[in-house]
Design a protein around this ligand. Structure first.
Ligand code: PEP
Ligand code: MG
Length: 581
C-alpha cells in the first residue's frame, strides 16, 4: 500500500479530519477503455466477471437486510429490482459472449452490453421502462467498481467516524446520510459553490471536492486526512505526516474556539457602521448551530432539501411545522425563507422533470414554481402560516424580470386571501424580497426595487451567469472570479439602485462569507451578509476591525483597476494585518 499519496482539489468546507474512507461511488467510473485480451486471458476475464456479479449480489443482499431493519419497503423493492438484473441469465450470457467473441476485457464488455440495453430501452416510449435505465446504470457502476477491485457497500448506514469518498454526491445522497456519523466528504466532481459543498458547510463537516479521481485512488478502509482549509487529501499517511496534521487540527480547533468570544458582540465596524450577519441554512437541524454562532437571523433558508429524498411531496403541514419551528426558535430575529429552487443541480425524485440540455438556464427555481403552481401555493401557505409565530420573510429565487415578480405577488395575494377566508392567521405585512442572481435583474435593479421590500444577491448564480461559468464544472472553476470588474460593477449598481429606492440589500451567495471580500462589501454599503454559520464569527471579528470610511475609499480606488488580480493585490495590501492568512 502506497504511503502519503497526496491528492489536490478544492477546499469546499473548512476543517481537518483524519479517519477511515468509505467509498460510495455513484458516478461513472472512468476506467472504461477498450482493452483487448489474449486468448489465454479470456477465461480469467470471465471468472473476474462472475466474481464481480457475486460480489455485487452480496453487497445488495447485505443492504437489503439493513433496509429491512429500517422497515422501508420501497428500499427493499428497489434492491430486489437490482438483484433481478444481476440474475438475468440472458444478460450475463450476453456479456460473457462478448468477452469470448471480441477478446475484450470484462469491464469493456459490461459497458458495451449495458449501453445497448439502455439504447433499446430508450427507444421504447414507455415511462416505466424509461425509468429502468437508471437501474441499469446503477448495476453497471456497481459491477464495474467490483471488477476494478473496489468494494462499494450500498450506503444505508455509515459507520462511526467515516469519511465519504465518491465520484459525486447528489444533494439527495448527502441529505440521506446520518449526519452524526459522517466526518467529511471527498469527491471527484464539484466546485466550491456546488450544492455538495454547500451541504458540507451546512453540516459543519470538512470537504474537499474537484479531486478528479479520488474515488479511483482511495479504497474503503484507507486511512485518510482531509484538509478542507487547503483542499488536499492525504491517503495512507506515514506516522510523521499524521503527527503533523494532528497538531494542525488541534491548532485549527483552538482558533475556532477563540472566535466564540465574538458571539454576543454587535456586528459593527470600528466607526459604527452596522452590517447584519445572518446564516444560510438547508435543514432545520442547523438552527442550534445558527444560535451557537450568534447569527442575527437566517438570511437564506434553502427549502429545496425538504423536497429531496422523499417518496412524496411534503404536505403543507409538514412544511408549516418546519418553518414554524425556525420562526419560533429565532424570534424576534428574522427567518428568510426562500421558495423552492429546484432544477439546475437539484432534482426532485417525486416529479418527472424533463431532462434539459442546459438545466442551469432551464426550468428551475421561480420558473418551476410558476409552472407547478399548486406546489408553490402549498409552500406559500406553509410559510405564511409560520409567519404568525415569529419574524418571517419570503424571498424568490431566479427572478429575471419585473413581470415575474408581479406574477409572484399576484399568487401571494391570492394565497393570503384564501388563508384569510379560512380564518388562518399570518403576518399580512410579511416582507418579500427578490433574489438578484440573474444578470438581467441586476441590471434592472432600480425597476425591481419598486416591487419588493428587499434584495438578496445570490452571487453563486449571479457570477455563474454573468461570467458564463458553470458553477459545478471543475474544468472552468478557475475562471469563477468574484473580483472580476464586471461583477464588482454590477454589485455596486445593484446596491446603489436599491438604496436610491430605499430598500436594503443582503448578499447570500458564498461571496458573502469570504474574509477578503468583506472590506469591499462594507465599502459598497451592503446592509446584510448571510453565510454558512461556521463563517459568522470570523466575519464578525474582521468587520469589527474595519473602518467603513476607509473601505469606501478602497472601493472607489478599486474601480480604477482592470483585472481581478490587480484588485486582489490592491485590497490585500490595503487591508494587510486585518485579514487572517
Ligand atoms: C446563489 O445563487 O448565490 C444562492 C445563494 O443560491 P443557491 O446557491 O442555492 O443557488
Ligand atoms: Mg442561486
Amino acid at each position: 500500500m502506497e504511503e502519503n499519496v497526496l491528492l489536490t482539489g478544492v477546499g469546499a468546507s473548512p476543517g481537518i479530519i483524519i479517519g477511515k474512507a468509505m467509498l460510495v461511488d455513484r458516478g461513472r467510473p472512468n476506467f472504461l477503455h477498450v482493452r483487448l485480451v489474449s486468448e489465454e486471458d479470456i477465461e480469467q476475464q470471465i471468472s473476474f466477471f462472475y466474481k464481480a456479479i457475486e460480489d455485487s449480489k452480496g453487497q445488495l443482499e447485505r443492504a437489503k437486510q439493513e433496509v429491512r431493519k429500517k422497515d422501508v419497503p420501497e428500499g427493499e423493492y428497489i434492491i430486489d429490482t437490482h438483484l433481478l438484473i444481476l440474475q438475468d441469465k440472458v444478460l450475463l450470457n450476453n456479456i460473457v459472449g462478448r468477452i469470448r467473441d471480441e477478446k475484450i476485457d470484462a469491464a469493456w464488455a459490461v459497458g458495451l452490453v449495458m449501453a445497448s440495453l439502455k439504447k433499446n430501452i430508450d427507444e421504447i416510449s414507455d415511462e416505466y421502462m424509461q425509468e429502468r435505465t437508471s437501474d441499469i446504470d446503477y448495476i453497471e457502476q456497481r459491477v464495474l467498481m467490483n471488477l476494478a477491485g473496489k468494494t462499494v457497500e450500498v450506503v444505508t448506514r455509515v459507520g462511526e467516524n467515516t469519511i465519504i469518498v465518491a465520484n459525486d454526491l447528489s444533494p439527495a445522497d448527502t441529505a440521506g446520510f446520518d449526519v452524526k456519523t459522517v466526518l467529511g466528504f471527498v469527491t471527484d466532481c464539484g466546485g466550491k459553490t456546488s450544492h455538495t459543498a454547500i451541504m458540507a458547510r451546512a453540516l459543519k463537516i470538512p470537504a474537499v471536492v474537484a479531486l478528479n479521481d479520488a474515488s479511483l485512488t482511495i479504497n474503503s478502509g484507507d486511512l485518510i486526512i482531509v484538509d478542507g482549509n487547503n483542499g488536499v487529501v492525504l491517503v495512507n499517511p506515514d506516522a510523521q505526516t499524521l503527527l503533523k496534521y494532528r497538531q494542525q487540527k488541534g491548532k485549527y480547533e483552538e482558533f475556532e474556539r477563540s472566535l466564540l468570544r465574538y458571539k454576543t458582540l454587535p456586528s459593527v465596524s470600528v466607526d459604527g457602521f452596522q452590517v447584519k450577519l445572518l446564516a444560510n441554512i438547508e435543514i432545520v437541524e442547523e438552527l442550534d448551530t445558527v444560535q451557537h454562532y450568534g447569527a442575527d437571523g437566517i438570511g437564506l433558508f434553502r427549502t429545496e432539501f425538504l423536497y429531496l429524498n422523499k417518496q412524496t411531496l411534503p404536505s403543507e403541514d409538514e412544511l408549516f411545522q418546519i418553518f414554524k419551528r425556525a420562526a419560533e426558535q429565532l424570534a424576534p430575529k428574522p427567518v428568510t425563507v426562500r421558495t423552492i429552487d429546484i432544477g439546475g443541480d437539484k432534482f426532485m425524485s417525486q416529479l418527472d422533470m424533463a431532462e434539459e440540455m442546459n438545466p442551469a438556464m432551464g426550468l428551475r427555481a421561480i420558473r418551476f414554481c410558476l409552472k407547478e403552481i399548486s406546489i408553490f401555493r402549498t409552500q406559500l401557505r406553509a410559510i405564511l402560516r409560520a409567519s404568525a409565530f415569529g419574524k418571517v420573510k419570503i424571498m424568490f429565487p431566479m427572478i429575471s424580470c419585473v413581470q415575474e415578480m408581479r406574477r409572484v405577488k399576484e399568487i401571494l395575494d391570492d394565497v393570503m386571501a384564501e388563508l384569510s377566508r379560512e380564518g388562518k392567521v399570518y403576518d399580512p405585512y410579511i416582507e418579500i424580497g427578490s433574489m438578484i442572481e440573474v444578470p438581467s435583474s441586476g441590471i434592472i435593479a432600480d425597476l425591481l426595487a419598486r416591487e419588493v421590500n428587499f434584495f438578496s444577491i445570490g452571487t453563486n448564480d449571479l457570477i455563474q451567469y454573468l461570467l458564463a461559468i458553470d458553477r459545478v464544472n471543475e474544468q472552468v472553476s478557475y475562471l469563477y472570479e468574484p473580483l472580476h470588474p464586471a461583477v464588482l460593477r454590477l454589485l455596486r449598481s445593484i446596491i446603489d439602485a436599491a438604496h436610491a429606492q430605499g430598500i436594503p440589500v443582503a448578499m447570500c451567495g458564498e461571496m458573502a462569507g469570504e474574509p477578503l471580500y468583506l472590506p469591499i462589501l462594507l465599502g459598497l454599503g451592503i446592509d446584510e451578509l448571510s453565510m454558512t454559520p461556521i463563517a459568522l464569527l470570523e466575519s464578525k471579528k474582521i468587520l469589527r476591525s474595519m473602518d467603513y470610511r476607509q473601505c469606501t475609499r478602497i472601493v472607489n480606488k478599486l474601480f480604477t483597476f482592470s483585472t481581478a488580480d490587480e484588485i486582489r493585490a490592491y485590497v490585500t495590501r490595503e487591508t494587510a494585518g486585518l485579514l487572517p492568512d
